[in-house]
Write a protein that binds this ligand. Structure first.
Ligand SMILES: Cc1cc2nc3c(=O)[nH]c(=O)nc-3n(C[C@H](O)[C@H](O)[C@H](O)COP(=O)(O)OP(=O)(O)OC[C@H]3O[C@@H](n4cnc5c(N)ncnc54)[C@H](O)[C@@H]3O)c2cc1C
Length: 499
């Protein structure tokens, strides 16, 4: 036991993209606040935010078919796609602000332009994609989207996918050139370097074991120093639980009533990776397909060009799977120890409802490499086993909670849980994920610091010019943002005309 004790204004738990984003925003809003970060691993961005643990898609709903659903009357509901696109524009603006202010440099080290495509087969799916294209392409947020069901055009767009294709089935794709590949690991590390230069105290190899309220309303954290095994006590007026999969346990330890009746369901992921330069050179896009029947939305298969450490590679997946761990570096007891008296009924209800999902995930874990290759060959008919290896991706802990849809309902989105007095906030869930970090952290700021928002608003607007404005209703602002963020982040977009 050590006597080491500190007091800070803000403690961020976890050195992933979420804490990095919140810390960077708060440092701009109130530079004088003292911020401390505790991370149990030796470096920043080692769990889900790491470049090899996620797909690096800048999710703007340009290609993900699960963000646009077909309504019973056959029309396409684009409301979720619009929301996610607007959230991604917040991220693009904040990253541009950081680059323009020279707080981070070399945007090409974390973001690259890359066409985003959706690809479907079969008459019914082609008709869905066409309707989706018609619903989106007239919308200023999705300007520049193209559709084709002409195999010759598709061969130009995606030669690796189209060559050696023998089936005569209908096939179609949409393509939009304003998509991105984002190295969230590199961005996380850049943001932590920046925070360090602003005197944020970042403690690696420090694991937060417990969180308790003190008599003056602050929070006291029990922190274990992995280097020497000592236990330290640190207090802060505001705590953000940005522990990724580790957040649920920490939220439960805080004891706040808002954290009760919530459970977590871990879904693991595996990608296939190709580093053969001859094959890599034949593909330049993120191509999203349709999820298989029974598959959860986060396991939509996609074939992506990735830019990691100045090298191009191809990634295919993710194959979902089941592991009881909540973090890649977590414990086999994570799932069991997350069941508490207050959430046991919620968890049991979800268990009963989601038997088919659990079965699906277990089947996925059991797939052999050759079976995974067969799934890949639905994208690249000529794919050879020797060109592809496996990479274990990060863990996603999906939120389980009681909703109007019933007890123990599995959620696929992100949930910000805050104490009524705003003194502590936790982020649960992992979708759309890192791409929407800026918008989600703005939600944390709004919920936890309502008393400061008025004073902070001019600075927030400087960082995110569209803050508080509906982009959809302001096509001129969309054009300005696309042009300015594209220029600053080196995405080399052609200037867009006003619609
Ligand atoms: C397979 C997969 C694919 C994905 N693809 C995409 C994608 O294409 N695009 C996208 O935008 N998002 C994607 N995501 C989601 C995205 O990766 C996550 O939403 C995001 O990285 C979460 O960031 P975070 O900071 O909350 O968590 P993390 O990056 O996991 O960071 C949490 C940190 O907290 C630390 N920690 C945990 N517990 C403690 C503790 N008790 N004490 C101290 N430290 C602790 C952990 O060690 C870790 O470093 C994907 C995720 C997965 C798993």
């Amino acid at each position: 036991m050590s006597n080491r004790q500190t007091k800070a204004d803000v403690i961020l738990i976890g050195a992933g993209i979420m804490s990095a984003t919140l810390g960077s925003m708060l440092k701009e809003l109130v530079p004088e606040w003292e911020i401390t970060v505790f991370e149990k691993l030796a470096n920043a961005g080692e769990e889900s935010s790491n470049e090899w643990n996620n797909a690096g898609t800048g999710h703007a709903a340009l290609c993900e078919l699960n963000y646009t659903s077909e309504k019973p009357d056959g029309s396409i509901d684009i409301s979720k796609a619009v929301k996610i696109n607007e959230q991604f524009q917040d991220s693009m603006q904040f990253w541009s602000y950081l680059v323009n202010s020279k707080l981070i440099r070399n945007p090409q080290d974390f973001i690259m332009p890359l066409p985003h495509m959706s690809l479907v087969q079969g008459e019914q799916n082609v008709s869905f994609l066409k309707k989706r294209f018609e619903a989106l392409s007239n919308n200023p947020l999705f300007q520049g989207m193209e559709f084709s069901d002409n195999p010759r055009k598709l061969m130009e767009w995606i030669p690796l996918i189209m060559q050696d294709r023998t089936a005569n089935e209908a096939i179609a794709a949409t393509k939009i050139d304003s998509g991105t590949d984002v190295n969230f690991g590199a961005l996380t590390r850049m943001l932590f370097d920046h925070l360090k230069s602003k005197n944020v105290d970042i403690k690696y190899k420090h694991s937060v074991d417990n969180i308790n309220r003190t008599s003056d309303g602050s929070w006291e954290l029990k922190v274990r120093n992995a280097d020497n095994g000592s236990v330290e006590r640190h207090t802060a007026k505001f705590v953000f639980i940005g522990g990724g999969g580790g957040s649920l346990h920490l939220l439960q330890k805080s004891g706040i009533p808002e954290g009760k009746h919530i459970g977590g369901f871990p879904v693991s992921g595996i990608f296939m990776v190709c580093n053969n330069p001859d094959i890599v050179a034949q593909h330049h896009a993120k191509v999203y397909g349709k999820a298989k029947v029974g598959a959860p939305p986060m396991s939509v298969p996609h074939l992506d060009t990735r830019f990691i450490d100045n090298k191009k590679s191809l990634l295919f997946g993710p194959f979902a799977g089941f592991s009881p761990k909540f973090l890649k570096t977590g414990s086999m007891f994570d799932l069991v120890t997350s069941v508490k008296p207050h959430n046991v009924l919620t968890m049991l209800a979800a268990g009963a409802k989601e038997m088919s999902l659990t079965k699906y995930l277990i089947q996925q874990v059991m797939l052999s490499k050759e079976q995974r290759m067969e799934e890949l060959r639905e994208f690249i008919p000529s794919a050879k086993s020797e060109d592809w290896g496996l990479v274990v991706a990060g863990q996603r802990v999906q939120v389980i909670k009681d909703t109007a849809a019933g007890k123990g309902t599995l959620q696929f989105g992100t949930e910000v849980i805050t104490a009524a007095d705003g003194s502590i906030a936790a982020l649960l869930g992992a979708s759309p994920g890192a791409s929407t970090a800026v918008s989600v952290m703005l939600e944390v700021i709004n919920k936890c610091f309502p008393q400061h928002i008025k004073a902070w608003e001019p600075k927030i607007k400087e960082m995110i010019p569209s803050y508080g404005v509906s982009l959809l209703k302001n096509p001129e602002l969309i054009r300005e943002i696309h042009n300015s963020t594209g220029r600053t982040l080196g995405l080399r977009r052609e200037p867009q005309p006003v619609l």
